[in-house]
Design a protein around this ligand. Sequence first.
Ligand code: NAP
Length: 349
Amino acid sequence: MPRALVLGGTGLIGGAVAHRLLQAGWRVDVTGRDPGRMPAGLAADGARFTAADRRDPEQLRAAFGTGADLLVDCACYTAADARLLLPLAQASGSAVMISSKAVYVDDQGRHSNSDASPEFAGPVRESQPTMAPSDIDFNSREGYGANKVAAEQVLLDSGAPVTVLRPSKVHGVGGTRPREWMFVRRVLDRRPAVFLARRGAGIDHPSAAANIAALVETVAAVPGRRVLNSADPDAPSGRQIAGAIARHLDYQWEEVLLDESESAGTLGRHPWDSVPPIILDMTAASELGYVPAGDYATTVRAQVDWLVSAAHGDDDLVRSWMSDGFFDSLLDYAAEDRYLAERGRSAQP
Ligand SMILES: NC(=O)c1ccc[n+]([C@@H]2O[C@H](COP(=O)([O-])OP(=O)(O)OC[C@H]3O[C@@H](n4cnc5c(N)ncnc54)[C@H](OP(=O)(O)O)[C@@H]3O)[C@@H](O)[C@H]2O)c1
C-alpha cells in the first residue's frame, strides 16, 4: 500500500487531500501542531496523526520516517520552509507544494493582495509573470506572494520531483476563514435581501479543496517538476456564488445589485469582487489527466452543510471565524437596513 505524508493535513486543503488518498487506497499520515485540529472523520477513515512543527527539522524528519511515495506540503510559506522540505522531497516518489495564485502579477506589477486589483488580460496561465521573491514578513499583504515565489524557486531549482500547485480562493470543510459563511449566515438570519457590490459581477476563481485533492492524486501518479494552477472547472461570479448557496439551502432572497456608484463602504462587499475577473487557466492540469471532482455549486454543498451544522451547535467554532473582524464588514446588516429604510422598505423577511 503506497504511503502519503501530508504536512498540515488537519487543515482545509490537507484534510481533503488525505480523504481523497484514503479513498484511493493510500496509507495516509498527517501532521499539524495541534492534535485538537485532527478531524474526527479523518481519523475514522484511517489517517494517522503525528504532532510535528513544520519548522522543526527533527520533528519533520521523524514524521517522514523511512520515506513516502507522496509528500504533500500544505504549510510551506517561505524559502526557509522550502529548504527544510528539500531532503524529504528528494527522498519521496513525488512531492507537492501548495503555493497560491497570489504569486501572479499583471503588467503593472499588481497582484491579488495589492491595494489596486490586478488586471489580467484573460485567464491566467502558469507562465504569467510572478512577484519577485522576497523574505519580508510572509504574513503580510506584500510578503505572502513574494515568499511563496521564493519557496517555489527553492523547490523547482533543486531538481526534486516537486509539483507546485497554485490554488485561488479555497472552499471546503474545515477552513479557518470560510468565506461562504457570509451568505450562509444571512440565510440562517432569514435576511430578506442579499446585497452585491458592482452587481455581483466580480469573479475571483474559487478552488474546491476536493478539486485540489483530485489534482494531487493525479500528479502523484506522474511525478515531475512543474507548476500547475488549481481551481474549479467553472469560475462563478459573486452573484452566482450567492445564488448557488441560497439554492442549496432552499432559500429565496431579493438580490440587490448595486451599481458602481452605490458600491462604496461595506454595502454589498464580498470576497469575490474582482473586476476584471481573476480566472486561472486549467489547461495544463487537464493535459496531465486531471478530472475535477465537481463544479462550484456541487463541491460547495459539503462546506455549506458544515457551516449550518456549526451554527447549530459549535459556538466556539463560529466565534473563531468571527474573532478577527474579517466578517464584520461582510455582515453589516445595519448598513443594509438603512438602505432599505431610505427606500421605505422593511428589513423583516
Ligand atoms: N485557504 C485558501 O484560500 C488558500 C488559497 C491559496 C493558497 N492557500 C495555501 O494553501 C495552504 C494550506 O492552506 P489551508 O487553507 O488548508 O490552511 P489551514 O486550513 O489553516 O491548514 C493549515 C494546516 O497546516 C498546519 N500548520 C500550520 N502551521 C504549521 C506549522 N508551523 N507546523 C506544522 N503544521 C502547521 C495546521 O495545523 P496546526 O495549526 O495544528 O499546526 C493545518 O493542519 C497554505 O500554504 C496556503 O498558503 C490557501
